[in-house]
Design a protein around this ligand. Structure first.
Ligand SMILES: NC(=O)c1ccc[n+]([C@@H]2O[C@H](COP(=O)([O-])OP(=O)(O)OC[C@H]3O[C@@H](n4cnc5c(N)ncnc54)[C@H](O)[C@@H]3O)[C@@H](O)[C@H]2O)c1
Ligand SMILES: [Zn+2]
Ligand SMILES: [Zn+2]
Length: 388
C-alpha cells in the first residue's frame, strides 16, 4: 500500500549497474516547494544514458531512473516556484540543473557549473539525505531520480524548477523532434555559438554526425559558415549532412587517419574542429588537422582511461587551442528558446533527424541508435498508462 499522497506512474528503472532498462510501476511523492510535476510526452535517448547504465559515469544510486532529454506538460507547480510565470498546461523542455552560485553559473555558462557532476549525476535535486528522491518502488524502496535534473524516462516526473525551460509551444505543435534540445542539440549548437563562434569565412570540420555533430553543423550554417566538412563512417549520415548544408563530406574509414581525411579536402587544415565521437584516437589525430591558430573543441565523452598524446610544441608554435566543452557552455534558459525559434524559421531543421518509437520499444530504439539506423531515437509516452 502507498500513502494517499503518492502518485503511481510508470518509468524505466535500471535495477543495478549494467542491468537493463525495465518499464515498471513506481510511485512519486508530493512535490516540494521548488519542484514541478511534469507529464513527459517525449524522451530522446542519448549516449550518456547508456554510458551511465553501464557504470561508465557515476550516478547517485541504484535502482535509478535515467533519461535526460524530456519534453512535457506542466501538471503541478510547487508553492515556491516563481520563475518564468510557469502555469499548468505549459509545454516545457527539461534540461540540466545547476548551482546558480559558482563563477560559471554567474557568468551564464551553466554547462561549466563546477557542481555539474554532483548536482546532475550523483545527487537528486533535493537537499539533505543522500537518497532524498521523489521516486520509489511500490514496496517503498527509494529509486534515484532527478538524473540530469529530470529522469525523464518516466511517464510523470517531479523535477527541480531550475531544470524547467518554459516555451511558447503548444500541444498541437510537432513536439516529438524537440527533446534533444535538452542535451544533444544544445551541446552541438552551444559549442558553435558559445565556444567556437566561427566567422562565415572559417573552415569548420565536424567529426561524428550524431545528434551533437548535426546540431554543430546546423548551428555553423545558421551563422553563415560556408565551408563545413562533415565526417562519419556511415554514408547515409553523410548524405543527410549534405542535405542539411555541409559543403563537403568524407567517410573517414577510407583514410589512414582523420588528419589525412581532413587535409584531402582542405590541404592547409581547418580553423575549427568539433570532435563529437568520443573516440580518443580521433581527438588525438584531429589536432594535426588544425590550421595555424585553429581550435579543437572536445565534446565527445572520452573513456575514463583515455590517454591522448598531443605534440605540445606543435600546439605552441602553431598557436592551436584545445578546449573541452560541456553542454555547449550554454544557459539552457536562453539557448533552448533560441533554438526553438531557429527551428520554427526552418534554420535548425531537427525534424529530419529523429524517429519516434512507442515508449515500450526502448530496446529497439537503442539498437537502432547503436547500428546507426537512426540519428536520434525519441520515445513517445502516449501509449503508456499508469496503473492505479
Ligand atoms: N560534452 C557534453 O556536454 C556532451 C553532451 C552530449 C553528448 N556528449 C557526447 O558527445 C558524443 C556524441 O553524442 P551523439 O549523441 O551525437 O552520439 P552518436 O553516437 O549519435 O554520434 C557519434 C557519431 O560518430 C560516428 N563515428 C563513430 N566512429 C567514427 C569514426 N571512426 N570516424 C568518424 N565518425 C565516427 C558515428 O557513426 C555517429 O554518427 C558522445 O560521446 C556523447 O557522450 C557530450
Ligand atoms: Zn554553478
Ligand atoms: Zn546527453
Amino acid at each position: 500500500m502507498h500513502d494517499l499522497k503518492s502518485i503511481p506512474t510508470k518509468a524505466y528503472v535500471v535495477e543495478s549497474k549494467g542491468a537493463p532498462f525495465v518499464l515498471q510501476d513506481i510511485l512519486l511523492d508530493e512535490i516540494q516547494s521548488h519542484e514541478v510535476l511534469v507529464e513527459i510526452l517525449y524522451t530522446g535517448l542519448c549516449h550518456t544514458d547508456i554510458v551511465v547504465q553501464h557504470g561508465g559515469m557515476p550516478v547517485g544510486g541504484y535502482p535509478a531512473i535515467l533519461g535526460h532529454e524530456g519534453v512535457g506538460v506542466v501538471r503541478k507547480i510547487g508553492l515556491g516556484v516563481s520563475n518564468q510565470g510557469l502555469l499548468p498546461g505549459d509545454i516545457v523542455i527539461l534540461s540540466f540543473h545547476t548551482c546558480q552560485q559558482c563563477r560559471y553559473c554567474q557568468e551564464g555558462n551553466l554547462g561549466g557549473c563546477t557542481r555539474m557532476t554532483e548536482i546532475n549525476f550523483t545527487k537528486t535535486g533535493r537537499d539533505g539525505l543522500e537518497m532524498n528522491s521523489p521516486a520509489s518502488l511500490p514496496d517503498g524502496k527509494p529509486v534515484y531520480a532527478q538524473f540530469f535534473g529530470q529522469s525523464s524516462l518516466s511517464k510523470l516526473m517531479i523535477v527541480p524548477e531550475r531544470s524547467v525551460v518554459k516555451t511558447e509551444l503548444r500541444l498541437e505543435d510537432d513536439l516529438s523532434c524537440l527533446p534533444p534540445l535538452s542535451c544533444g542539440y544544445l551541446t552541438g549548437a552551444g559549442t558553435v555559438f558559445n565556444a567556437l563562434q566561427p566567422k562565415p569565412a572559417d573552415k569548420v570540420a565536424v567529426v561524428g554526425m550524431g545528434a551533437v555533430g548535426f546540431a554543430a553543423l546546423m548551428a555553423a550554417r545558421a551563422l553563415g559558415v560556408e565551408q563545413v566538412l562533415a565526417i562519419d563512417i556511415v554514408d547515409a549520415k553523410l548524405q543527410m549532412a549534405t542535405s542539411l548544408g555541409a559543403s563537403h563530406t568524407i567517410n573517414s574509414s577510407a583514410f589512414t587517419d582523420i588528419n589525412e581525411g581532413i587535409r584531402s579536402i582542405f590541404p592547409d587544415g581547418v580553423d575549427m574542429i568539433v570532435e563529437a565521437t568520443g573516440i580518443a584516437i580521433l581527438a588525438e589525430t584531429s589536432v594535426k588537422a588544425l590550421a595555424h591558430g585553429g581550435t579543437l573543441a572536445l565534446v565527445g565523452v572520452l573513456p575514463p582511461d583515455a590517454d591522448i598524446k598531443i605534440n605540445g610544441l606543435d600546439v605552441l608554435i602553431s598557436c592551436k587551442k584545445i578546449i573541452g566543452v560541456i553542454e555547449g557552455s550554454s544557459n539552457p534558459h536562453e539557448l533552448i528558446p533560441r533554438l526553438v525559434e531557429l527551428y520554427k524559421q526552418g534554420k535548425f531543421p531537427v525534424d529530419k533527424l529523429s524517429k519516434v518509437y512507442p515508449a515500450e520499444q526502448l530496446d529497439q530504439a537503442l539498437s537502432d541508435l547503436k547500428t546507426g539506423k537512426v540519428i536520434k531515437p525519441v520515445l513517445s509516452w502516449e501509449s503508456v498508462v499508469a496503473s492505479e
